[in-house]
Write a protein that binds this ligand. Sequence first.
Ligand code: UGA
Length: 434
Amino acid sequence: MPQKISIIGAGYVGLTSGVCLASLGHQVICVDKDKDKLGQLEKAIIPIYEPGLAELLKEHQTNISFTDDLAEAVKQSDVIFIAVGTPSLANGDVDLSFFEQAVVEAARNMQGYKVIVDKSTVPVGAGDWVKNEIKKYFFGEFSVVSNPEFLREGTAIKDFLRPDRVVIGCDNNDTRAKNIMSDIYCAIDCPKFITDLKSAEMIKYASNSFLAAKISFINEIANICEKTGANVGEVAQGMGLDSRIGPKFLQAGIGFGGSCFPKDVAGLISIAQKNNYSPLILQAVMAVNESQRDLFAEKIIGLLQKNNGKTAALWGLAFKPETDDIRHSPAVDIIKKLLTAGFNVQAYDPAAMDNMKAIFPSGQVKFCDTALQAVEKADVLALVTDWLEFSQTDFSKVKSAMRLPIIIDGRNFLDPIVLRNLGFDYFGIGRTDF
Ligand code: UGA
């Protein structure tokens, strides 16, 4: 049965969830404070870079509306998803101010039974806080559910509509909420894992931290491979064939970025410490990740110094391909290190240039219109983000444009044999076998 759903927060998770839930036939109201954003969304213009989202919105526009009137949205809905940002504070703690504000505003406007669904990533125990907070403003019956989201930027629609699992956390005896949540996701064919509130909240942190740990682990192995002559690509492939390990998230490179892994690993460290536990593995996951981008920047600087070079070309600024997101992107730290060491940086990214221009304004970095323009007279080309476009570039043109034919590939993305045959000096991560 179609449900009446409000989604508070039209950011990455909120907007994708809203559009996807509308595509499943539910009646969705997306609430956000940003009037410019709402104006764009009403015209089916998506303010984020997410392949396919604008098309899906256009297709299901009749099932979704956008407003800044939270009170009215709550009144008109039976299910309220909270999908506001929960960024990191400087000390790694989770900033719950947007979340708390959304809960209080929703609670103030509740008139009958509602299910409050938490989709934001919040510390374990937040669901209990939500229950207590709502009781201050509303004296009727209501349910609180934790429904963490596992979608990735760039593949958000597929991840939402065809996920590995849907996790639903609520009180064991809350059959009403369980039935409504099952209804919402009934068209999605995957295991629905129903558990208690706190475990659902922890599943989100533990999943992101485990994936981040896989990345830091393979990056550490890559660094040892470089010292010993093994090839990390071969090692990851050989490891991944063990079904207990699996092949995914074993791509060595310059580490993870984005708005989720760094924030959530830091968040879980802070949750553990507040509970008097010292999370040694999580701390190491972060430390390896930070040093991985430093090591890469040092390698670029080393290559420039060895060859009397002055200019590095950077291909890719986004934290991963198919997004314009540069939050915690390795590119930011790499550019800072290169500039501090006195080198010139020429950069190109298919989607993230405007965002990066806001961090490195006027003349600090030369932002170029094409990948080929970025390598013009460069001494080293550093590949930072594995956009498909880069592997499809004509490398004979790249070689003619560069002052020196040196490539350092931070994602082991390019073909070393092809590049060597073209006369490039190629350096990857965790591989020295060419
Ligand atoms: C991540 C999770 O994968 C999602 O399940 C989760 O919903 C989301 O966080 C979130 O909490 O909102 P996302 O940050 O969009 O999604 O990106 P990923 O595709 O997971 O990549 C994260 C980073 O890891 C990227 O910088 C990527 O380049 C890096 N990575 C990934 C590697 O370095 N190696 C790999 O093998 C895989």
